[in-house]
Design a protein around this ligand. Structure first.
Ligand code: XUL
Length: 541
């Protein structure tokens, strides 16, 4: 039997999933999370983020992450359900975009870790920046502009790297550090992503960055899978020398460092390059061939898929990351996800059952009543002035508003993912709201595709474990097809499939255009959509 360990260092917690793969059996053998706030209160994080006076700044502690990794590795080692000696490979997933800054002492400290002392005490002195900027930071608008200008415009940057400049992306964050504290930037020897940092702790030396996470930096030539010199030059001086190399996601970077073996009894398991949490979730939700997409209905609603050729979103809202399976991973993120659903639910005094009931009371198309659910500033499409807009929708009508918010979310996901060019054959739904069948029915009808539920809550950690399995097989000369890698772990839940209803699919095909007209109008980019709404209402009566 072979065991593979996947770790997910996310914003709020560190999760480990261990999978067992034997001839006739595959199963998840271990699944545990460590919540940063609860387990490490001495760092003072809230939801994994350090307190700040500037609301645009978001940081966390790389030291806390090291301590969490040490604690989790101990928990895995002590768990009696796993045969430690059977662990063949370890990989991981990190919250994307966050960065860690090593000074001159780091290489020596990592190379000489003493198994008799906790990790945290040995890496305390290695950081040039004791706080790491993370993906929730949006303090780099100025740097985004400067980088964009230097590269030759947002379209050129997106064509090269897969994304225009985003405040949370690592390149703009590095530029801000270089501008704010140039001496500290100069003394930085190595800049890691959260993913490559954690992998380096496991290895005892600098791990590479994989294209899945490297593409979240505004620094990588997406099609070539190497650093883009024009983007590096636009960001900060001598940057390439400070970055680890980019290596394929299935790279075996080395064995677990002696520290882990001597301290906890691990074998010399292979450490496989870590990736970002979204790229790992792609594998953990079973999106391993074109035509499948995953929609995660969580705090934000995220849609991602897998495509063979590098692409970019001409509207500038979407991202394209490298896929850890090879190929590319287009992704869009709508910020007004569960929050918007909850706001409508609460405004009408409903519970989730009542919400589902209200949704079913109204016909597909909602009689032409449309909501733009921008309770909060929105990423997709870019909406900086929050505010809900209603077209032909009475704010007091509970059923109409419930239907309107869900239809809006699904229409928006469908509309703004058209650029991906994915012909959707099946949707894998995950996240809290995927338990609501009525919502999944709207999803199926809007996309005209079957929808099924996959996975438990830990798709990124599971994806990392599956990547470890794939890389181990490859290193042994067996190139397993990805569908074989994920088999037994990412199958749809039994009886969870929801089929589209052809008449409703036809309604939503029309409604998508009307919704687009409302969006354009609300953003000051199009005429009053009233005639289009009236025509739609007449046609769908
Ligand atoms: C993706 C992004 C987030 C983080 C969360 O671009 O910013 O999904 O990866 O961990």
């Amino acid at each position: 039997m072979s065991v593979y360990l996947g770790l997910d260092l996310s914003t709020q917690s560190l999760t480990a999933v261990a999978i067992e793969v034997a001839a006739g059996e595959r199963r998840v053998a271990f699944e545990e999370s460590l919540d940063f706030d609860a387990a490490f209160p001495q760092y003072g994080t809230r939801h994994g983020v350090l307190p700040q006076t500037d609301p645009l700044v978001a940081t966390s502690s790389p030291l806390m992450w090291a301590e969490a990794l040490d604690r989790m590795m101990e928990m895995v080692a002590r768990d009696s359900t796993i045969a430690l000696a059977d662990i063949r490979a370890v990989s991981g997933s990190g919250q994307q975009h966050g960065s860690v800054y090593f000074g001159a002492a780091a290489a020596r400290a990592l190379a000489s870790l003493d198994a008799g002392r906790p990790l945290v005490d040995q890496v305390r002195g290695v950081f040039v920046r004791p706080e790491s900027p993370i993906w929730m930071d949006s303090s780099t608008a100025e740097e985004c502009e400067e980088i964009t200008r230097a590269v030759g415009g947002p379209e050129r940057l997106a064509r090269i790297t897969g994304s225009r400049a985003f405040e949370r992306f690592t390149g703009p964050q590095i530029r801000k550090f270089f501008k704010d504290v140039p001496a500290a930037y100069r003394s930085t020897v190595r800049i890691h992503l959260v993913s490559s940092y954690a992998a380096s702790l496991l290895l005892g030396f600098d791990a590479p960055i994989d294209p899945g996470d490297g593409s979240g930096m505004d620094l990588m030539d997406l099609a070539a899978g190497r650093w883009a010199s024009v983007a590096l030059a636009a960001t900060a001086p001598d940057l390439e020398a400070k970055l680890p190399p980019i290596a394929p996601s299935w790279t075996v970077a080395g064995p677990l460092a002696t520290y882990w073996r001597a301290r906890y009894g691990y074998p010399a398991a292979k450490v496989v390059a870590w990736s970002g949490d979204n790229p790992c979730s792609l594998v953990g939700t079973g999106i391993v061939r074109e035509g499948l997409i995953a929609i995660s209905l969580g705090t934000s609603d995220t849609l991602f898929g897998l495509v063979g050729a590098a692409c970019w979103d001409p509207s500038g809202t979407g991202n394209v990351f490298g896929s850890p399976t090879g190929g590319y991973m287009p992704l869009i993120c709508c910020k007004n996800g569960s929050l918007a659903r909850e706001r409508i639910r609460d405004a009408h005094g409903l519970d989730w059952e009542g919400f589902a009931g209200a949704l079913a009371q109204r016909p597909a198309g909602n009689g032409g009543a449309i909501m733009l659910p921008w309770f909060d500033a929105e990423i997709t499409p870019t909406v900086l002035q929050p505010g809900v807009r209603r077209y032909g929708l009475d704010p007091a009508d509970a059923a109409a508003n419930v239907r309107a918010v869900v239809e809006a979310q699904m229409l928006s996901l469908a509309l703004h993912s058209e650029w991906m060019g994915v012909k959707v054959s099946r949707i894998h739904a995950t996240g809290g709201a995927s338990q609501n069948r009525a919502i999944l029915q709207v999803m199926a009808d809007v996309f005209g595709a079957d929808v099924c539920i996959v996975g438990g809550g830990n798709s990124a950690a599971l994806g990392a474990a599956l990547r470890a399995y794939h890389a181990d097989e490859l290193a042994r000369g067996r190139a397993l097809p990805w569908e074989q890698v994920v088999a037994g772990f990412t199958e749809p839940w039994p009886a969870s499939t929801v089929h589209p209803v052809p008449e409703r699919v036809a309604v939503y095909r029309e409604m998508r255009k009307v919704y687009a007209a409302c969006e354009a109008h609300a953003l000051g980019k199009g005429p009053d959509p009233a005639p289009a709404i009236a025509a739609f209402r007449a046609r769908t009566k």
